[in-house]
Design a protein around this ligand. Structure first.
Ligand code: NIG
Length: 410
């Protein structure tokens, strides 16, 4: 007999339904979620529960149940911190000035090179435990704090170990083109990245590049993407037009990027390119907020143009040291002036789409992974209304409980 677990007595169940490419938040009340072999099989009315036999029944006591949050842009494997930069910024230095003076990303590169693989694993695992306690059930991790072969590979091996041991969906991205290491020009280092790209094919699912004034250009992006395609990478991502307009978004979209990330400085021309290529726009309000940025991406123009938007923490030690997707939801609502439903769709369906996994998870629909969070309340809007609190009581991955608020994670 098929072993079906019944999660009963659900106060409200939120699912992300998508007909074609337009997702919609659907809400059901007084129902039960049936799960078998880690996947959702069906949703039934609470009144129907007693008529059937189940392998296991779990009473969710009238709580709100939502698809797990998907964090499609993180740099969560790293060592060290950059707390000193907060004072530098308040004294007037910009993010790029700190970088150009040898700090910023290069500080994290130094610490990450020095850390052992075991140390990196332990630190990353602790971050992942916190993320799960906060409702995240799938995420992406980039390399990019090695800028040499040994450390970039070390980071990606840590990512592979996390994926194997935690048994949650993790997408790995090779971000060799994050900055040039000390002692090399951008062009010298870029040639090095191009030469060694094939060595990363079995370590990562995709590639990424930081296209920005003083870092890599749109021409570098085009060459990297072309080479990556030839080598066999399918997922092309790019940090683009974050601090200035460099044409990164337009070029990445035209080259078939699966996601373009940041986008504070994009133009209507870029939005059109995103729409035509079906590229997901990944937005990180936490990074704008933490750096005190005044410019936010043209979120409403993106939505009106039919571009799928995704939300992510961007979790990294420099521009967004938080791994809390609930904070991102709150920031998105107030900074972007979007509704709770729009923010939730972006943080589940949208983010899963940025990882090319929207058929597999993100909607809590029949056939999809049973990745979900149970809130402490019966109304999902509390996530937005009482901002700043953790409303996740427990988190489930493929139907198994992975985090509970009683677990000591902080
Ligand atoms: O996504 N902008 C480039 N990369 C990261 C920040 C990396 C860092 O500052 O360590 C980002 O914001």
């Amino acid at each position: 007999m098929e072993k079906v677990t019944c999660f009963r007595n659900i106060g409200e169940l939120i699912q992300m339904q998508s007909s074609g490419d337009v997702p919609r938040l659907a809400r059901k009340t007084r129902c039960a979620l049936l799960v078998s072999q880690g996947r959702v099989t069906r949703v039934i009315r609470e009144s129907e529960v007693h008529r059937q036999d189940f392998f296991k029944v779990i009473d969710l006591q009238g709580r709100s149940v939502l698809p797990g949050l998907v964090d499609c842009h993180t740099h969560l494997i790293h060592a060290g911190d950059r707390k000193d930069e907060m004072d530098l910024r308040m004294a007037g230095a910009s993010y790029m000035e700190i970088h150009q003076n040898g700090g910023g990303i290069l500080n994290t590169v130094k610490a990450t090179r020095q850390a052992t693989e075991e140390e990196l694993y332990d630190r990353a695992r602790l971050r992942v435990r916190r993320m799960m306690a906060l409702g995240t059930t799938a995420f992406e991790i980039k390399s990019g704090y090695g800028l040499d072969l040994d450390t970039e590979k070390k980071m990606l091996r840590v990512g592979q170990r996390l994926r194997k041991n935690l048994r949650v969906p993790i997408t790995l991205t090779y971000l060799g083109a994050h900055a040039a290491p000390k002692g090399k020009t951008i062009d010298q280092y870029f040639e090095f990245v191009m030469e060694h790209l094939p060595e990363f094919r079995n370590l990562a699912d995709g590639v990424d590049i930081f296209c920005e004034k003083g870092v890599f250009t749109a021409a570098h992006l085009r060459r990297l993407f072309l080479h990556a395609k030839l080598v066999g990478f399918h997922q092309l991502r790019a940090h683009v037009d974050q601090l200035s307009h460099q044409g990164g978004c337009y070029n990445a979209a035209r080259m078939g990027a699966i996601s373009c990330d940041h986008l504070e400085h994009i133009t209507p021309h870029d939005i059109r390119a995103l729409y035509l290529s079906g590229t997901t726009a990944v937005l990180m309000p936490g990074a704008t907020f933490f750096l005190g940025g005044k410019k936010i991406p043209p979120v409403h123009a993106l939505i009106e143009a039919g571009v799928t938007i995704a939300l992510a923490t961007g979790c990294n030690p420099g521009s967004s040291p938080s791994c809390n997707m609930q904070t991102v939801l709150g920031l998105a609502q107030s900074m972007y002036r979007i509704t709770p439903a729009q923010a939730l769709i972006a943080a589940t369906y949208g983010s899963a789409r940025a990882l090319d996994s929207h058929k597999d998870f993100g909607g809590l629909l029949p056939g999809q992974r049973a990745d979900f969070m149970v809130l402490k309340t019966d109304d999902h809007r509390d996530l937005f209304y009482c901002f700043g609190e953790n409303f996740v009581e427990s988190t489930y991955s493929a139907g198994r409980k992975v985090k509970d608020e009683k677990d000591p994670v902080f």
